[in-house]
Design a protein around this ligand. Sequence first.
Ligand code: GAR
Length: 217
Amino acid sequence: MPSPARLVVMISGAGSNLLALDDACRRGDLDGQIVGVLSDRPAALGLERARTRGLHAEALPIAAGESRSDHDARLLAAVSKLQPDLVLLAGYMRILDAAFVHALQGRLLNIHPSLLPRYKGLHTHRRALEAGDALHGATVHFVTPDLDGGPPVLQARIKINPGDDESTLAARVQRCEHVIYPTAVQWCTSGRLRYQEGTPMLDGHPLETPVLQDFDL
Ligand code: GAR
């Protein structure tokens, strides 16, 4: 991968993971450069935060009457124009179709706020609390057409405290996300982590289970 790696970040919301990735690049902890930020939501706070930092930021909302596949094709064209080495989903809340995912297979990562395979989809913190789980966390994984089902590479695990509610838990999980996402991306940019025929390879060995990092927050 070229140095610095060209990173495109896709967001729908506040963009705190985007900022953490950009901070890591600027600190030199991540050998990458964010060459573009794309959002399906023009009002996403993360777009404004990206622009404040001088990053190229574009909104590509779905147009009236546009099909999901036409929108994803337009999105793929916008992404491809930026010539990314890696595309990072960071709170991108639309489901991407198989054509989009296949075109970027092995170069497309996502961060999800749960210990996958537990709690794919939405409301992960609420579901972990309702289930009475003792542990919760976040997962960085390669994206495949199987929603939140692509191979996980790195997980952050925290304890659920007795007084936790959805927002305290979400805040602690996010603090972990801001550490593990740049770490996993750096593994890719340095060549330590590769995607080979559906299997993540870390340091030349197939990663059967994700690397697990415990956080005491
Ligand atoms: C993050 O917690 C991320 O894990 C989650 O959205 C949040 C975005 O926050 N992603 C998903 O739920 C994807 N299914 P941010 O915009 O502040 O980075």
